[in-house]
Write a protein that binds this ligand. Structure first.
Ligand SMILES: NC(=O)c1ccc[n+]([C@@H]2O[C@H](COP(=O)([O-])OP(=O)(O)OC[C@H]3O[C@@H](n4cnc5c(N)ncnc54)[C@H](OP(=O)(O)O)[C@@H]3O)[C@@H](O)[C@H]2O)c1
Length: 188
């Protein structure tokens, strides 16, 4: 029996302006913090599957072996990924999330949502069980924000609040760079 809904966890590392990437879509060197990369890879290792947009993925040696939902507007509904037998391609405009999850045919487990911007935004409405937000002192003044609107008319904490999420805990990941990990969860 497959589950209709996994435990959904989000993962992002942001600049002090709330950016996850530079304007050209590249991943900035100053957001590569080893303590965060270890936390991220260890967390994704525990997940049953990963969800990402066509230009994002978690990297690392195990990436190709992971079950995956790739978001794209190039397909209708949910179809197998012709280039990756572990992945399906999902267009959320034409099929609900439950259909994509069912197609992966997994037992209960965690889905790790790893971006980018629109994917993080879409899952705010599907509902995160927890979002792990790593905050750095690094500056990426313009670029791709963690959620649509961040950097223009909202901060990440305002976006979380708007979606009924509250800060449950903060811990220091790397004192040398003052990199902190925040856990945002649904209120109540
Ligand atoms: N700092 C971090 O934590 C973090 C996290 C994630 C990514 N990144 C970085 O961010 C950069 C890429 O991010 P990005 O936001 O440009 O790209 P992205 O979300 O990975 O990919 C964008 C593509 O995904 C598909 N997509 C996204 N949202 C969709 C939706 N709602 N419905 C259907 N398809 C959707 C579309 O594919 P089609 O064109 O096929 O329709 C779109 O062109 C990379 O440098 C990556 O390393 C950083």
């Amino acid at each position: 029996m497959t589950s209709r809904r996994p435990h959904i966890e989000g993962f992002a590392i942001i600049s002090r302006e709330g950016m996850i990437a530079a304007s050209d879509g590249s991943f900035p060197e100053n957001l590569k913090i080893p303590a965060d990369q270890k936390f991220y890879q260890d967390s994704v290792d525990r997940a049953a599957a990963v969800a990402n947009g066509r230009h994002s993925s978690e990297g690392g040696p195990k990436e190709a072996a992971r079950r995956r939902i790739v978001l794209t507007r190039r397909v209708e509904r949910v179809v197998p990924d012709p280039d990756n037998t572990n992945a399906i391609l999902w267009n959320p405009a034409s099929a609900p999330f439950e259909e994509a999850w069912m197609k992966l045919n997994l037992e209960d487990g965690t889905l790790a949502v790893v971006g980018g911007t629109d994917v993080f935004g879409l899952f705010l409405n599907i509902g995160y069980d927890v979002f792990f937000l790593t905050r750095t002192e690094a500056s990426v003044p313009r670029g791709r924000p963690v959620f649509p609107g961040v950097g223009k008319n909202a901060t990440p904490e305002e976006v979380f609040a708007r979606h009924g999420m509250v800060l449950r805990a903060t811990r220091m990941l790397d004192p040398a760079t003052n990199t902190r990990l925040e856990e945002w969860v649904p209120k109540g």
